[in-house]
Design a protein around this ligand. Structure first.
Ligand code: G3P
Ligand code: MG
Length: 245
């Protein structure tokens, strides 16, 4: 398997402020071994861990440094600052975790630029196990050209009819799909090609059980603690394919 059976989605984002260092640390405390984070660029092209493009639009890192990411409503956690990619990778290394880095921007050219700037940062950080995914397949193309050893994953909201072409074109190891539109036959067809299937976002034990019975390799969850103690989804360490950079 490329990653573990449970991946902390934006960290333990059901409790801690999403995509922050606190969310990563809490995910590790809860037994998660892999974390999924979204990366985008500030106006001065610094890769930061953040999900919503509209919030950071045209803002420099200096302008964003004082921004506080809120904790989920009802959570006892405090708000937390935005993390840079560098800070996140350093923490992930300290915690011996793996990272599924989602290249978030999809507007023309921005996915590739985000990928390039992210690789520049990753090359200065300690080595970690990585998987790069994106809805922007141009970003995957750039990753294939610039860092071919890092495993890549296609991201779909719903599996496209031409997904097999994309698997070949971008030479991916896994396909990441939304739970809401998933069909059992999608999982079977992807697994039959020898690829992994990971599903977002699953916060329900019954749904997870069904997905496991369909042959899904793992789920992205905002509440990894719900799953990490289960024998069938135990977040044991598994080796990623390829070499960490
Ligand atoms: O990478 C899986 C999932 O995070 C994709 O959707 O919007 O939560 O980033 P989103
Ligand atoms: Mg994401």
């Amino acid at each position: 398997m490329l990653m573990t059976a449970v991946i902390a989605h934006r960290g333990a984002s059901g409790v801690a402020p999403e995509n922050t260092l606190r969310a990563i640390a809490l995910a590790a405390e809860q037994g998660a071994v892999w974390v999924e984070l979204d990366v985008m660029l500030t106006a001065d092209e610094l890769p930061i861990i953040f999900h919503d493009t509209a919030v950071i639009k045209d803002k420099t890192w200096q302008q964003l440094q004082s921004f506080q990411v809120p904790a989920p409503v009802g959570s006892p956690e405090l708000s937390a600052p935005i993390a840079t990619l560098q800070e996140a990778v350093n923490l992930i290394h300290q915690l011996s975790m793996g990272l599924n880095l989602e290249i978030k921007p999809t507007t023309a050219g921005l996915g590739e630029l985000t990928l390039q700037r992210s690789l520049e940062v990753l090359q200065t950080c300690p080595a970690i196990h990585l998987v790069i995914s994106s809805f922007d397949f141009n970003a995957l193309q750039a990753a294939k050209a610039l860092a071919p050893n890092i495993p890549r994953a296609l991201l779909y909201k719903k599996l496209a009819t031409n997904w097999r072409d994309a698997v070949r074109e971008y030479a991916v190891r896994s396909v990441h799909l939304a739970e809401a539109t998933l069909l059992q036959e999608d999982v079977a067809q992807i697994r039959a090609l020898g690829l992994d299937v990971y599903i977002y976002t699953v916060n329900d034990l019954v749904i997870n059980k069904r997905l496991v019975s369909w042959g899904v390799n793992g789920i992205f969850s905002d509440f990894p603690v719900l799953f990490t103690h289960l024998p069938e989804t135990n977040s044991r360490r598994v080796s990623a394919y390829g070499e960490p950079i």
